[in-house]
Design a protein around this ligand. Structure first.
Ligand SMILES: Nc1ncnc2c1ncn2[C@@H]1O[C@H](COP(=O)(O)OP(=O)(O)OP(=O)(O)O)[C@@H](O)[C@H]1O
Ligand SMILES: [Mg+2]
Length: 365
C-alpha cells in the first residue's frame, strides 16, 4: 500500500513520473508479451532507450549506453534466471533497475535495500508479533517481504547492493530462485511464485570481496555489467539530460546554457579517473574518489542552485569549482597533492580555462 500525500512529491517513482509514456507504450504494443508483463520486451527496451512511437508519442531515453546490454537484461527477465546488474559506482545500476521493474510489471517499489544488517526476514517474511502472540502463527500474522509479495503478485522484486548482505542471508534467495517457491514451515505451507515473478539485483564492483556471491547464487543470475560512458560526448549528454530533469523536478530557477561548464566537469572527471589527459599526452595520478557520472550530475546541479540563488543566473566556473574539489579530494592529504598537481600542470595551461583555474585557486588557497 502506498500512502501518497496530496502535495507535490519530492521524487515520484518511475511508474508515476513516466505513467504517460508507459501507458502509450503498452497501448500500442502488439508484440508477444511474457506472462504477466505490462508490455513486450521490445517495448521495455524502447522505454529505456527512448524512441518515437507510430502515433508520434515521444519516449524519452532513460539509459544512455549500448542497446545490446539492455536487450540482454530485458531478455533475461523473461527467462527463469534472475538479473544481476554489476558495475562501478554511479553507472546507473539502481536507475536501470527501477525503470526495468516499472516497465515490466508497473511497480518498482518491491525493494530490499541490502546492508550488512539485512536479515532473512527482509527476504523471506516476518511476523506481526502482537498477532503472533494472540493468535499463534496464522496467514494474517505473517508479514511478507517485498520478495514474497512479488512472488504472489507476479511482479519484479529488486534487491539493492546484494553483495553487502551477509552470505548466509543471501542464501535465502537460492531456494526462491531455483525452486520458485518459499516454504513457510510455521504454517505448514509454501508460497509458490506466479508466472511473471523475477528478481533484479544490483551490486557494486568496488564492494567485491565484502560478501562475495556464493557460486550457488551466482549461477541463478545472468550478470550484465554496466560500463562507464564510452566517450566524453556520451557522458556530457547523460549529465546534461539528468541535470535538466533534476532541475525541473526541484523547481530550480532556470539557468540557461550550462554546456561549457558541464563539459568542463566531465573533462576533469574523465581525466582524473583515467589517469591521463584527454589528448593522451600527459599521465596523471588518480585520486581515491570514484568521480562517477552520478557525482558529475550532482556537482552541476549544485552549481545551478548556487548560480540561481547567489549568482547572476548564469552558471560560472566559480559555481562548479567547489563541487569538483569536494568530489576529487576525499583524502585530505594524498588527494590534495594529486589535485594541486593537476591544477598546476593541466588546468593552468589550458586555453579558455583561466576563469576555472582562478576559481579553483581561490577556493583551494
Ligand atoms: N549511462 C547512463 N545513462 C543514464 N543515466 C546515467 C547513466 N550513468 C549514470 N547515470 C545517472 O547517474 C545517476 C546515478 O545512478 P545510480 O544511482 O543508478 O548508480 P549506481 O550504479 O546504482 O551507483 P551505486 O553503485 O553508487 O549504487 C542517475 O541519476 C542516472 O540517471
Ligand atoms: Mg545503486
Amino acid at each position: 500500500m502506498t500512502i501518497t500525500p496530496a502535495v507535490p512529491l519530492l521524487r515520484p517513482h518511475a511508474e508515476q513520473a513516466f505513467a504517460d509514456e508507459l501507458g502509450a507504450l503498452a497501448a500500442l504494443d502488439d508484440r508477444p508479451r511474457p506472462p504477466a508483463w505490462s508490455m513486450s520486451p521490445w517495448a521495455v527496451v524502447t522505454y529505456l532507450l527512448g524512441g518515437v512511437l507510430p502515433d508520434g508519442t515521444v519516449i524519452t531515453p532513460k539509459y544512455v549506453g549500448p542497446r545490446r546490454l539492455m536487450e540482454v537484461a530485458v531478455a533475461t527477465l523473461a527467462t527463469d534466471r534472475a538479473l544481476l546488474l554489476l558495475g562501478v559506482p554511479g553507472t546507473a545500476k539502481t536507475w536501470v533497475s527501477e525503470h526495468l521493474a516499472a516497465a515490466v510489471c508497473g511497480e518498482s517499489t518491491l525493494l530490499v535495500q541490502g546492508t550488512s544488517g539485512t536479515a532473512e526476514e527482509a527476504i523471506r517474511y516476518g511476523w506481526n508479533y502482537a498477532r503472533l502472540l494472540a493468535e499463534g502463527p496464522t496467514p494474517e500474522a505473517l508479514v511478507p517481504s517485498p520478495v514474497l509479495t512479488a512472488m504472489r503478485d507476479a511482479k519484479i522484486a529488486r534487491v539493492e547492493e546484494l553483495t553487502r548482505i551477509p552470505s548466509d542471508v543471501q542464501d535465502a534467495l537460492i531456494t526462491i530462485l531455483s525452486e520458485k517457491s518459499l516454504p513457510v514451515p510455521e504454517l505448514g505451507t509454501e508460497v509458490q511464485a506466479a508466472k511473471g515473478f523475477n528478481v533484479i539485483a544490483t551490486a557494486n564492483d568496488r564492494d567485491r570481496g565484502v560478501n562475495e556471491l556464493s557460486s550457488a547464487l551466482r549461477r541463478r543470475f545472468n550478470t550484465v555489467v554496466l560500463p562507464l560512458p564510452a566517450s566524453e560526448q556520451e557522458e556530457v549528454d547523460i549529465v546534461t539530460r539528468r541535470v535538466e530533469q533534476l532541475g525541473s523536478a526541484l523547481e530550480l530557477p532556470e539557468v540557461p546554457a550550462a554546456a561549457e561548464e558541464i563539459r568542463r566537469v566531465v573533462t576533469v572527471f574523465r581525466e582524473l579517473r583515467s589517469g591521463r589527459t584527454l589528448d593522451g599526452r600527459t599521465s596523471l595520478k588518480t585520486p581515491s574518489g570514484t568521480l562517477s557520472t552520478a557525482e558529475a550530475i550532482s556537482v552541476v546541479t549544485n552549481g545551478l542552485a548556487l548560480a540561481a540563488h547567489f549568482g547572476d543566473g548564469v552558471l560560472r566556473s566559480g559555481d562548479i569549482a567547489a563541487g569538483i574539489i569536494g568530489s576529487v579530494i576525499k583524502d585530505p592529504v594524498a588527494d590534495k597533492a594529486i589535485w594541486f598537481e593537476y591544477l598546476e600542470a593541466v588546468v593552468r595551461e589550458r586555453d579558455g580555462w583561466n576563469d576555472f583555474y582562478g576559481a579553483c585557486r581561490e577556493i583551494s588557497g
